[in-house]
Design a protein around this ligand. Structure first.
Ligand code: IMP
Ligand code: ZN
Length: 346
């Protein structure tokens, strides 16, 4: 089987996908056309080899958010993003997004969440299970974070568990994650799962306090780029992550294009994978970074010399870290085993 075909057919789990960063070129063009802004495509999407400082990526993301400013737009982009992941043979997907309020268009946080849930419902015929994490943007402060946590709890209860927890994201250079600790603890007490962007840039004190206070209550860590001593972290941070066995969501192209790691060879994947720590490959913002989950697996395999059996195992082991019940996990593992012969792994 050709390499490209293998990664495409490989059944995959995507756990780190921000809805507004995941919008494909096709959908971006559709939305720009609707808004009469066709010429803006190059401002939104990275070129294939392009990299730029992280701060500039956040400017792009802000622009991308302006593409979806009403409930109908949110519905359209979520449907398209789910279909694209399903076409890439993602069998289980956790989307995350920051519920926004826009007075001018009548968009409220409730309507935002409902539009995402409607899209998940209307794509339920596809061979993909979709769960939803509400994002807390660290630029928006603790009051909004608390509102988002309450929203997540309310919609978890009426969505039959499709809303499953919270993501903590936004520009890592803004604000202090420690201010949000009471919200995280309260969310955990209310049985909401937590995936936190941590150590995306060097912030050893903030990272240490979060890891110490929350420990295994952190369901997964996004990026963890600067945990190791040689990346601006320290051994104590590494030990805490290992001790609590907190899975890491690793997004190679995002980190290289956003210049938080210098190149693929130096990506933290190798460090954690060598320690048999749970590593889950993700896309972060597939539309903006012009990638797909298949491509990310191919890049990881090429860079770190993983054979096809190891790639399949990496994908299979991601199931352990999903925010879903054991029966869903077992159903997915069975599916992986059923599909394995068709991959011709020798
Ligand atoms: P949305 O939440 O669906 O609107 O997706 C865009 C948002 O995701 C951005 O405004 C950020 O808050 C967040 N985001 C996307 N990529 C990253 C990242 O690499 N680090 C931190 N936050 C991110
Ligand atoms: Zn992210």
């Amino acid at each position: 089987m050709e390499s490209k075909e293998f990664y495409h057919h490989l059944p995959k789990v995507e756990l780190h996908a921000h809805i507004n960063g995941s919008i494909s070129e096709e959908t971006i063009n559709k939305l720009l056309k609707r808004k009469g802004r066709e010429e803006e495509i190059s401002k939104v999407k990275f070129g294939k080899e392009q990299t730029e400082p992280l701060a500039d990526s956040f400017k792009r993301l802000k622009l991308m958010q302006t593409l979806s400013d009403c409930a109908e737009d949110i519905y359209i982009i979520t449907c398209d993003v789910i279909k694209e992941f399903a076409e890439d043979n993602v069998k289980y997907l956790e989307l995350r997004s920051t519920p926004r309020e826009i007075t001018a268009t009548g968009l409220s946080r409730d309507l935002y969440v409902e539009a995402v849930l409607r899209a998940i419902k209307d794509t339920a015929h596809l061979d993909i299970i979709v769960h939803f994490l509400l994002s807390i943007d660290r630029r928006l402060g603790v009051d909004v974070a608390r509102t988002t946590m309450e929203l997540a709890e309310r919609y978890r209860d009426v969505s039959n568990g499709v809303v499953i927890g919270l993501d903590f994201s936004g520009d890592p250079k803004v604000g202090d994650a420690r201010d949000y600790l009471p919200v995280f603890i309260e969310a955990h007490n209310r049985a909401l799962k937590l995936s936190l962007h941590l150590a995306e840039v060097a912030a050893p004190e903030e990272t240490k306090d979060i890891l110490k206070e929350l420990g295994p209550r952190i369901g997964r860590i996004g990026h963890g780029t600067c945990l190791q001593p040689e990346c601006g972290g320290n051994q104590a941070l590494v030990d805490l992550v290992l001790q609590h066995n907190i899975p890491l969501e690793l997004c190679l192209t995002s980190n290289v294009k956003g210049q938080t790691v210098p190149n693929y060879d130096q990506h933290q994947f190798q460090f954690w994978y060598n320690r048999s720590h749970p590593c889950i490959i993700g896309t972060d913002d597939k539309g903006m970074f012009d990638t797909s989950l298949s491509e990310e697996y191919a890049i990881a395999a090429r860079t770190f010399e993983l054979d096809r059996e190891s790639v399949w195992r990496l994908s299979l082991s991601s199931i352990d870290a999903i925010f879903a019940d054991d029966d869903v996990k077992q159903m997915l593992r069975n599916k992986w085993h059923e599909l394995k012969p068709s991959l011709n792994i020798t």
